[in-house]
Design a binder for this molecule. Structure first.
Ligand SMILES: Cc1cc2nc3c(=O)[nH]c(=O)nc-3n(C[C@H](O)[C@H](O)[C@H](O)COP(=O)(O)O)c2cc1C
Length: 325
């Protein structure tokens, strides 16, 4: 599975190229309007006769405390000055959950996966009744149990090496978790549902290992960040190949929610100060991140990547998939 990657990398072209090459491609609905989601799903379908998935952010109550957000805004005032922008309004929203659910019920992609939580059992049943295969992303055995009870058809088990936001249901859950193989073993003994492995998988050997553990598929994100069809920004692409970036870390500095990316100046200077509070912190830092990208500077934007980023290749998605099977 070509992982859903919201915020730019997932394009209709990447989703379709994945499906055309025999994988499953995704349209990442996170941050998009419902209208853009419908457009992108329609565009992906024009480019492939294969199945297409949609990934939705499940809204969670925010952990943000106004005083902490105000303090972080003061900590970030130097960044705003440096990039000549004002900080964003730290507002809460639910990422357009109801409207996006309406779009998928209308347009009926073959697969809908969720991250940051689960739909209600009623919503899950409506999706299934519409002929849509539902997939819950889980990061612990407890989350896997909740996903099974909710009635999903399959699980993505996301290990701690994964790039981007951790799919944890509880945004305050500590970022370190059991390694992928341990987590897979525990989840596979608890459920008969098909399980997909994700997190740090970059090579055919990595995929063979998780297949031997009993999963039906592997979901790879970082391996496709440099794909020709990906919408990764030039700054993101250059940073992934830049020898000055030597490690990834899990941080809440950019969005108020734990996510893995290349360690850059912003993380080094602000990780210790950043409060929990998604999506408020995401909106607060957004103008600084955008200005950093506009000026070609990788030091104040979120360069999401998994631990295996050194193995990412620049090539058409079909060639990347060819090398993985
Ligand atoms: C840039 C980026 C954006 C991501 N966005 C999403 C997303 O919108 N929804 C989601 O479920 N997972 C998202 N993820 C996580 C991936 O779906 C997947 O779990 C992860 O990439 C697997 O680990 P890997 O990056 O080591 O392959 C994202 C990952 C990256 C690198």
């Amino acid at each position: 599975m070509v992982a859903p990657m919201a915020g730019g990398p997932s394009t209709p072209e990447l989703a379709a190229a994945g499906s055309n090459a025999g994988a499953l491609g995704f349209v990442a609905a996170g941050y998009l309007s419902a209208e853009s989601l419908a457009e992108r799903l329609t565009a992906a379908r024009r480019l492939t006769a294969g199945p297409v998935g949609v990934n939705l952010f499940v809204p969670q109550p925010s952990a943000a405390l106004p005083a902490d957000i105000e303090r972080y805004a003061r900590d970030l005032s130097g960044e705003a000055q440096r990039y000549r922008v004002s900080l964003g309004e730290p507002r809460f929203d639910d990422d357009g959950w109801a409207a996006k659910l309406g779009v998928v019920l209308d347009l009926r992609p073959q697969v809908v996966s969720f991250t940051f939580g689960l739909p209600s059992p009623g919503e899950c049943a409506r999706l299934r009744a519409a002929g849509i295969t539902t997939v819950g992303t889980v990061t612990t055995v407890a989350e896997a149990g909740a996903a099974v009870s909710c009635g999903v058809d399959a699980l993505v088990v996301q290990g701690p090496a994964a790039g981007g936001h951790r799919g944890t249901f509880d945004p305050a859950a500590p970022p370190a978790g059991a390694p992928l193989h341990e987590l897979l073993r525990s989840v596979l003994t608890e459920t008969d549902l098909p399980v997909v492995a994700a997190g740090g998988l970059m090579t055919a050997e990595d995929i063979a290992t998780v297949r031997e553990a009993g999963v039906v598929a592997a979901q790879l994100g970082t391996a496709f960040l440099l794909a020709d069809e990906a919408g990764s920004t030039p700054v993101h692409r250059a940073a992934l190949r830049d020898p000055q970036f030597t490690e990834t870390v899990v941080t809440r500095a950019f969005s108020g929610r734990y996510a893995r990316g290349l360690r850059n100046r912003f993380i080094t200077e602000h990780d210790g100060q950043a409060p929990l509070g998604y999506p408020e912190v995401h909106y607060l830092t957004s103008p600084v991140r955008a200005a950093s990208v506009r000026s070609g500077d990788p030091q104040a934007t979120n360069v999401w990547a998994g631990t295996g980023f050194r193995a990412a290749r620049t090539a058409p998605a079909a060639d990347i998939i060819g090398a993985l099977v």
